[in-house]
Ligand binder design. Structure first.
Ligand SMILES: [Cu+2]
Length: 336
């Protein structure tokens, strides 16, 4: 055995295998490592085989005086064959490894491109938002829940910041009800009252229309004790006209509180309409509009029955569009 040659061959083969493994796993990825693996592994294998076979060949040789013995020609060719086989295996394996790596790289590239597209879309949505629109909302008085108490139906209004909210509030109760929004920067009221209707708070019948009983702080915020539809947030007819919002966006029956339907466009005229039946108030409905200028959650309520649970929420979703189009959204410096 040629021990130094065998040791060198084994060492080279081990280093080649290490590099080979490294190329597969990725921590020695690169052309130089691949080349070195291809060189070291077969040469090391061949040398190790040759060195190991040298002993057998030496032992098989007849002793010749003065001669040291050596490898036969067959042993040399066998070592070369081992090296060639190692070369073929290494090249084939590395080509598979690089082919797989190529596919992984391709998939990674596609994932990166998809992520970039998603980020771009998110960025567009986050910075552009929604162009404000006109939203028609109809809210009824009702007492359908388990308490049997007065409620708003529905009791939530969800809009985007900047939207123009056309609000129709109606009831056919003998008690007076209001839709009052007087929180945050909002001041808006539809007062569905009429002479002869019952005031829950005073337990008296009203002497005239549009009454807030003259005792509510809301009146100092712009909500009127005289006008049935009022508040500093109430949009003017000229504003509505310039925004194409003069008529309720959803075609209604002529008297929204009654059937059968007689569909027509109803003007948003800041009025409360009283419907009589046999000289008695049977239905009251009012209509007006405000702009959802400030995002957030704001309570609206009925003056008379808020303590009974007649309240709901205006939910104004923040709209990035309003960051760059403040005037369109009605955002003023004083209101933030
Ligand atoms: Cu009420």
């Amino acid at each position: 055995m040629n021990r130094p040659l065998t040791s060198l061959g084994v060492l080279m083969a081990i280093v080649g295998v290490f590099l080979f493994y490294g190329v597969f796993v990725g921590f020695t990825a690169g052309f130089a490592a691949m080349l070195l693996a291809i060189i070291l592994l077969p040469i090391g294998s061949g040398l190790a085989f040759y060195g190991a076979a040298f002993r057998g060949a030496y032992a098989a040789q007849p002793k010749v005086a003065g001669g040291g013995g050596g490898a036969t020609t067959g042993t040399v060719w066998a070592a070369i064959a081992v090296a060639v086989v190692a070369i073929l295996l290494a090249v084939a394996s590395l080509s598979v490894a690089f082919s797989a790596q190529s596919n992984i790289n391709s998939v990674n590239t596609q994932i990166t491109q998809a992520n970039n597209s998603i980020a771009s879309l998110n960025g567009t949505l986050a910075t552009s938002g929604a162009v404000p629109s006109t939203v028609a909302v109809k809210i009824d008085w009702c007492n359908l829940d388990n308490t049997g108490q007065d409620r708003f139906c529905p009791n939530e209004i969800i809009v985007n910041q900047g939207d123009i909210v056309q609000l129709m509030f109606l009831h056919n109760d003998s008690d007076v009800h209001t839709f009052t929004l007087d929180t945050g920067s909002y001041s808006f009221q539809i007062n569905g009252s009429e002479a002869g209707m019952h005031d829950f708070l005073s337990n008296q019948n009203l002497a005239g229309p549009c009454s807030n009983s003259g005792t509510f702080a809301e009146e100092s915020a712009g909500i009127s004790g005289t006008y049935c539809v009022s508040g500093t947030s109430l949009l003017s007819s000229s504003f509505l006209s310039s925004h194409g919002s003069s008529n309720f966006k959803v075609i209604q029956n002529g008297n929204p509180a009654s059937a059968p339907p007689d569909l027509e466009e109803i003007p948003v005229n800041d009025m409360v309409h009283v419907v009589l039946f046999n000289d008695t108030v049977s239905e009251v409905w009012g209509i007006g509009a405000f702009q959802a200028t400030q995002p957030g959650i704001y309570e609206f309520f009925c003056h008379y029955h808020v303590s009974n649970g007649m309240f709901g929420y205006l939910i104004v979703l923040p709209n990035p569009y309003c960051n760059t189009h403040a005037s369109v959204c009605g955002v003023t410096s004083s209101s933030g």
